[in-house]
Design a protein around this ligand. Structure first.
Ligand SMILES: [Zn+2]
Ligand SMILES: [Zn+2]
Length: 400
């Protein structure tokens, strides 16, 4: 037999002894009470001394017990059997409610037949009835205390669980970009499709509408659409309401000013007092949040680096185009000069040719005038010649 078993056995023996001792004290007290009732019925002023005695009185007054019941004379045992079985059945009726207590009653009942003494004319049945009553009362009050203790511990557990769940919900439902709890109207939770990550409405508006981003800030999946996450919103609003009602119920907690969301994040309403693992949980929540935030910022950094690189490339390309255009400008300027010279030449030729045309036109005019003069002279002369021909023909005919 090892040490632990030995200790256990000693403990059990002690308990058994204590139970027996208690049973014996009860018995003596009950006997004393009954005897006193009998002896003091004609003298009522003595009843108070032996009234429903407190256990301390019974424990401390062994001399009283001795004085009251000095006679060791036993009472006939057979009639007791039925009464004892009453006590035992009381115990078994209690057993389903408080199993660990039935042992006490059982052992008390077991002690009774050997120790119970009808002394000073007290009937054993009365002793048994009193004892049963007393044990039942004690059991009842012990059961009550036990039940109350149990419900208190359940309530404490429930409270700790509630606090834990509230904190979990808070830490899991803050926007990974701005850290605010996602409560409407400004920070209403929005969900991205198809990746399923949620952010507050304001951050998504900034991300998609103003910064023209097309990827989830956390996982970088392409955003195909977004929609209000109503179920999450309901959940968060319930938590906020619960937390606020808890804050009202316990106004001793220091409530910092600011939005309800901020207040919840600061954990100002309820402290971690209830949960022994509060520190670990808080650190883990902080780690989760910081890790997500780090992921978002890393994504943003790499986005920005890519953007910077792209813009640098565009700057270089644009500068190259400028170089090309400058070269082309030089070429065109040179060509322009050549064409200008050509133009001058053509204009010069044009002028020369114009002068030539004018000169020739003048010569043509002079020739025309000479022709007209000749024609004018020739006309009358031809008429003269014609007349003279006719005249000559007539003359020649007359000579013949
Ligand atoms: Zn946000
Ligand atoms: Zn995502």
């Amino acid at each position: 037999m090892d040490r632990a078993a030995k200790l256990q056995e000693i403990r059990e023996r002690q308990n058994r002894w204590l139970r027996e001792r208690q049973a014996e004290l009860d018995r003596r007290q009950v006997v004393a009470e009954l005897q006193q009732q009998q002896s003091t019925s004609p003298q009522p002023q003595q009843q108070r001394r032996g009234g429903p005695g407190a256990p301390a009185q019974a424990l401390g007054s062994s001399s009283t017990a001795g004085a009251v019941g000095p006679s060791p004379a036993g009472v006939g045992l057979p009639p007791l059997a039925t009464s004892v079985s009453v006590a035992a059945s009381t115990a078994s009726a209690m057993a389903p409610i408080a199993p660990h207590m039935s042992g006490i009653v059982g052992s008390v009942a077991g002690v009774l037949p050997s120790t119970l003494g009808g002394v000073g004319g007290v009937k054993p049945e009365e002793v048994i009835d009193r004892l049963t009553e007393r044990i039942t009362d004690r059991l009842r009050s012990e059961l009550k205390v036990e039940l109350q203790r149990e419900s208190e511990s359940l309530a404490a557990q429930q409270g700790a669980l509630d606090t834990f769940l509230v904190k979990e919900l808070e830490s899991q439902n803050t926007c990974p970009v701005c850290y605010e709890l996602m409560v409407p109207p400004q920070h209403a939770p929005m969900m991205l499709f198809p990746c399923g990550h949620s952010f507050c409405g304001r951050c998504l508006e900034q991300h998609i509408d103003r910064n023209k981003k097309t990827q989830c800030p956390i996982c970088r999946k392409k955003i195909e659409s977004r929609a209000p996450n109503y179920s999450l919103q309901q959940l968060i609003q319930q938590v906020v309401a619960k937390k606020e009602s808890a804050g009202r119920a316990a106004p001793s907690g220091p409530l910092s000013p600011g939005s309800p969301a901020r207040r919840m994040l600061d954990g100002a309403g309820v402290e971690d007092g209830l949960e022994p693992s509060g520190n670990t949980d808080r650190v883990r929540r902080q780690y989760d949040r910081a890790a997500t935030r780090m992921r978002v910022l890393r994504n943003e950094l790499s986005d920005t680096a890519v953007e910077e690189e792209g813009l640098n490339g565009k700057v270089a390309a644009a500068a190259a185009v400028v170089g090309h255009l400058q070269e082309e400008e030089q070429v065109v300027v040179r060509r322009l000069a050549a064409v200008q010279a050509e133009l001058e030449l053509v204009r010069e030729q044009l002028a020369q040719q114009g002068a030539k045309v004018a000169d020739l036109a003048r010569q043509a005019e002079a020739v025309r005038q000479r022709r007209e003069l000749l024609q004018a002279t020739l006309g009358p002369l031809e008429q003269e010649v014609e007349k003279l021909e006719i005249l000559m023909t007539g003359v020649m005919e007359m000579q013949q």
